[in-house]
Design a protein around this ligand. Structure first.
Ligand code: SF4
Ligand code: SF4
Length: 343
């Protein structure tokens, strides 16, 4: 077992940055943390979560997929992909680390999305445990342990440093190449640090959400619940909840004529948008209520139905903080879990 004192974190990052690009959370305006490329002098944020998740590194907000160039009567197809450079993301919390298991099920199932797969192959997830989970966190409701995050390498925070453990071959090789920076430690310290976090996590106010009413097979019980009307009444369809969410994965594909070539790109889309399901033959989701219902039914019923019971939410709490009307998945869960008869 390896140990990294906090005072040596900069040296670890400096050594790691010689091997591959390394991104770390950095504090920004209004206490909003964001991932930035580490450079000497970069101060790592102590915030529990970044405003946008580490999803962006593997499924970026926009990316070019292919280009088309016409010269006389020939059509040239341009592949814009280059070998993705190796990179690492440090500071991924347990909720976001689990989000990759959800995204992998979407993007890596046959036929695999080669753009995403390429980044997953080249990217290392270096996760950090949450010493004191926040009151808005509810990852534990979805069976996630904030004291033992997944990822290629786990850094367990004990307040003075990190117990460092590799969880994958990639992670193992990465640690081997940096071995000079770590101390050796026994596992008892890691166990105690985890136990301290667990004691706090067990008391989180949102840690026990009523999930038994949700999951695969519940469409009939939930789809026509009258509460969807009042829950969605104030939703302005801004899509913020989908863009901050580490597990949302809808995208649109469009063509852009640069004058010299046509570029086909994809960009994040949102099921909360009125034109999301618009087709030549019409739009099957005409009202905001239908769009709102789709987002939550997907996370709480359809996704687990098709993925062995795994919910499409990791309880990161971002939508609790970001929604301009104060609506979020916790309110939806609690409202629908009641035996309501609102009409
Ligand atoms: S639905 Fe909300 S709490 Fe759940 S993963 Fe998405 S942003 Fe986080
Ligand atoms: S962030 Fe709030 S208002 Fe905006 S689309 Fe999501 S639920 Fe609706």
């Amino acid at each position: 077992m390896k140990y990294l004192p906090t005072a040596r974190l900069d040296r670890f990052l400096e050594d790691a940055a010689k091997l591959r690009k390394i991104y770390v959370p950095v504090d920004g305006e209004q206490n909003r943390a964001a991932y930035r490329l580490w450079m000497p002098g970069t101060v790592v944020s102590k915030a529990l979560n970044t405003t946008r998740s580490a999803k962006d590194f593997f499924f970026p907000q926009t990316e070019n997929l292919v280009g088309f160039r016409r010269t006389e009567k020939k059509l040239e197809i341009v592949d814009p992909r280059r070998e993705t450079e190796d990179f690492a993301v440090f500071g991924v919390r347990a909720c976001d680390a689990r989000s990759f298991s959800i995204l992998d099920k979407v993007f890596l199932s046959d036929p695999a999305d080669t753009y995403y797969a390429n980044r997953r192959a080249h990217g290392l997830v270096l996760s950090v445990s949450c010493r004191r989970p926040a009151e808005t966190c509810f990852c534990t409701a979805f069976g996630i342990d904030p004291s033992a995050p997944e990822g290629d390498v786990t850094f367990t925070d004990d307040g003075e440093g990190y117990y460092v453990r590799a969880n994958s071959e990639k992670g193992e090789a990465f640690l081997e190449s940096l071995s000079g920076v770590f101390d050796e430690a026994d596992e008892a310290g890691e166990k105690e640090a985890r136990a301290q976090t667990k004691r706090i996590a067990d008391r989180l106010p949102l840690g026990t959400l009523p999930l038994e009413k949700f999951g695969g097979g519940k469409t009939k019980d939930l789809f026509d619940r009258p509460e969807w009307s009042s829950l969605s009444e104030s939703c302005i369809g801004c899509g913020t909840c989908t863009f901050v969410c580490p597990t949302c994965q809808c995208y649109d594909i469009r063509d852009f004529d640069t004058g010299r070539e046509v570029r086909r790109f994809r960009c994040w889309d949102s099921c909360m948008y009125s034109d999301f399901t618009k087709m030549a033959g019409g739009n099957p989701r005409l009202t905001q209520k239908e769009r709102f219902r789709q987002r939550f039914m997907h996370k709480l019923v359809y996704f687990p139905e098709n993925n062995g019971g795994e919910f499409g939410c990791v309880g990161c709490g971002r939508c609790l903080r970001a929604c301009p009307i104060g609506m979020n998945i916790v309110k939806v869960l609690k409202t629908l879990a009641e035996d309501g008869n609102e009409s």
